[in-house]
Design a protein around this ligand. Sequence first.
Ligand code: VGL
Ligand code: ZN
Length: 202
Amino acid sequence: MKALLLIDIQNDFIPGGALAVPEGDQIIPLANKLQERFDLVVATQDWHPANHKSFASNHIGKQVFETTVLQGLEQVLWPDHCVQGTAGAEFCTTLDMNKVEAIFRKGMNPEIDSYSGFYDNGRLKTTALADFLRSKGVTEVYLAGLAADYCVYFSAKDALHEGLRATIIEDATRPIDSTGFEQAKADLLSCGGSIIYSSSLL
Ligand code: VGL
Ligand code: ZN
């Protein structure tokens, strides 16, 4: 069985938001249309406390998009985004949520970031998304959402790590940095993942 994973389609990741992905809003009609083709639709939601250490604002003397080390891992320092309970953390209003059976929140531990919907970046803790999918009989996941080079890519990698087939729907995602996404795609293919266009599903 195939599931569609809608990754972080939230106000802060579209133009006007705190960590806007260029053209991020343009994927939403496609994310809605694609849902018809799947037996199961799940969404992830980036959901940070205000003191999250992935925010540049929580590091004295650091600027946005500089890097630091968190829990031994290189960490990009982001603008404050997807803070729990704020409008920026809400799903985009034009995203159809009616068929979404479950929402997996991530990024709640202030000490570590969590790009993937499956684990934090150190794979210290699971969200139980993989167990949920397996319990529903899912063997293949297709990914849409934001951002292509971060949360979509890391979710696809972790899906493969969990023994699921993973396919990114390229036109249903947009990157923060297109060079980074080219590298991410090459890596994903080398790990056994796939990249398609939505036209092969619709
Ligand atoms: C994301 C950076 C920080 C994403 C989330 O959803 O791709 N990127 N938090
Ligand atoms: Zn985040």
